[in-house]
Design a protein around this ligand. Structure first.
Ligand SMILES: *[C@@H]1O[C@H](CO)[C@@H](O)[C@H](O)[C@H]1NC(C)=O
Ligand SMILES: *[C@@H]1O[C@H](CO)[C@@H](O)[C@H](O)[C@H]1NC(C)=O
Ligand SMILES: *[C@@H]1O[C@H](CO)[C@@H](O)[C@H](O)[C@H]1NC(C)=O
Ligand SMILES: *[C@@H]1O[C@H](CO)[C@@H](O)[C@H](O)[C@H]1NC(C)=O
Ligand SMILES: *[C@@H]1O[C@H](CO)[C@@H](O)[C@H](O)[C@H]1NC(C)=O
Ligand SMILES: *[C@@H]1O[C@H](CO)[C@@H](O)[C@H](O)[C@H]1NC(C)=O
Ligand SMILES: *[C@@H]1O[C@H](CO)[C@@H](O)[C@H](O)[C@H]1NC(C)=O
Length: 408
């Protein structure tokens, strides 16, 4: 049987990426690079593109940096920040490559998945970097879609084995795909972006609801974050969804968007009550964003959902996947964990409330949720929680491999 070595290598690398993206205690790439003034521009752009936060949230990662003087070529092109983000994300390899490992690559060449692949912005396999250990001891780097080897390993900058390796390469990698102009907000097709990447059921439902779709689309330009329940999760919810009135359906869908761009790091540092697209005067339809270790949770009074991945992050639009349907208390009161009916005031009169609070819904901190308080259809398939959403066909290949591994 004939194997395509490139496809096999890509699948293996993507599989590695699935296995290694569980976030843990973080390094701080900004702080590490601050020690080296020659990388200050690269470091600056890691921050403004929000890539630093993404790097910090991962383990087993390699950042290929270039000196300030080698940034001028990239910066002279006056690229929009989204394009710079794509290009720099190609310089973040989702595996650990220290100097030693680079010179010991089996068969002389390896394909490394990058953050560009992981964020779903890379078409096809363009989010992979080809690392070649040439005979003369030189190690070359090139984007898979580049016909030439553009950059060479210069030196190891910092190594925290086997979590974070920072290496200097001779220049910015050339990739036609990563350098391609990103669509302007007006050109972004929300539902087709979602459909392609594991959020088809929610996207189809949204397409069917013209009011909700309009609310989402009208907000893209000014900033929009969408929390898309994964397909398996939303599919299970559909019978309940169909039971809602048309207005309630619109509200439920709108409850999954907030009218502001919030990158992962912004969400992490902006814990608190968040208004949604469904918020309308007295109908609060809000939820609470709360960090839980490295995870970010969205707490309604009914469920606590977790952000499990990023489908699209192209400021002003970001689309995340979440592991549960967000159920607003405004619609699902009846399903809230009903406390046992308070015993009728008997002999002892109830104590007076100490604080004057308690009137508004938000005077008290969000209730921690008991594990058995979720409606049964909200118990998401935790296997899918690798926190990664790769691009298109590569993801499909890897997913089938991954599922193949899981099944006995
Ligand atoms: C590397 O990551 C692991 C898992 O997150 C952690 O336990 C370990 O302390 C880290 N090692 C270093 C040197 O930071
Ligand atoms: C990382 O380090 C930078 C610079 O030292 C600091 O401004 C930033 O807050 C740190 N980030 C985190 C998440 O600690
Ligand atoms: C290295 O090459 C040998 C012989 O061509 C092949 O059998 C082996 O699978 C290759 N290893 C990797 C990791 O590609
Ligand atoms: C990787 O680069 C080397 C050297 O240019 C080349 O021989 C090899 O075919 C490339 N592999 C892939 C998968 O592009
Ligand atoms: C988005 O794409 C879908 C299907 O690909 C299409 O039906 C719809 O008209 C598109 N919407 C816009 C605003 O272009
Ligand atoms: C779309 O809406 C129609 C009418 O409201 C309904 O019959 C149909 O099942 C909906 N389709 C989807 C995919 O939600
Ligand atoms: C839909 O509503 C009916 C009537 O209120 C109820 O009996 C049924 O259980 C509901 N179905 C679902 C899936 O919630």
């Amino acid at each position: 049987m004939q194997h395509n070595p490139t496809a096999t290598a890509i699948a293996a690398a993507t599989l590695t990426l699935f296995l290694l993206t569980t976030p843990t205690t973080a390094n701080n790439i900004t702080k590490i690079l601050e020690k080296y003034p020659q990388f200050s521009i690269f470091n600056h752009y890691l921050t403004v593109t929000h890539l630093a936060a993404d790097i910090n949230s991962r383990q087993t990662i390699t950042v290929c940096v270039v000196e300030d003087k080698d940034m001028s070529d990239l910066l002279s092109k006056n690229l929009p920040i989204n394009t710079i983000q794509n290009i720099l994300s190609l310089h973040v390899l989702l595996d650990y490559y220290g100097a030693k490992k680079l010179h010991e690559i089996t068969n002389g060449t390896a394909l490394a998945a990058t953050l560009y692949q992981a964020t779903g912005s890379a078409p096809g396999a363009s989010g992979f970097v080809n690392i070649t250990d040439f005979k003369a001891g030189k190690v070359g780097f090139s984007a898979v879609d580049s016909p030439t080897t553009d950059a060479f390993f210069v030196k190891s900058v910092d190594e925290i084995p086997y979590n974070l390796s920072v290496i200097q390469i001779s220049q910015i990698l050339q990739s036609a795909e990563a350098s391609a102009p990103t669509p302007s907000p007006a050109e972004m097709n929300l539902t087709s972006l979602m459909s392609k990447q594991g959020c088809k059921v929610f996207a189809d439902t949204l397409s069917n609801s013209s009011d909700a779709l309009k609310a989402f689309e009208d907000n893209i330009e000014g900033g929009l974050s969408v929390f898309c329940p994964a397909d398996d999760v939303f599919k299970q919810f559909l019978p309940k969804f169909k039971n809602l009135t048309a207005d309630e359906q619109t509200s439920l869908l709108c409850y999954h968007g907030i009218p502001v761009y919030q990158s992962m790091s912004m969400l992490k540092s902006n814990n608190g009550v968040m208004n949604t697209l469904a918020t309308n005067g007295a109908n609060k339809f809000d939820f609470v964003v709360q960090n839980d270790g490295q995870d970010i949770t969205l707490q309604t009074k009914i469920v606590t959902a977790k952000i499990t991945g990023t489908l699209v992050d192209e400021d002003p639009l970001v689309i995340y996947t979440v592991d549960k349907v967000l159920l607003p208390k405004e619609l699902f009161k009846a399903e809230a964990p009903t406390p046992a009916p308070a015993p009728a005031p008997a002999a002892a009169p109830p104590k007076k409330s100490k604080s004057g609070k308690g009137k508004g819904n938000y005077a008290s901190p969000p209730q921690p949720e008991s594990p058995d308080s979720q409606p049964s259809d909200q118990v998401a398939d935790q296997k899918g929680d690798a926190g990664f959403n790769g691009g298109r066909f590569v993801a499909a290949v890897a997913l089938s491999l991954w599922l193949g591994l899981l099944s006995p």
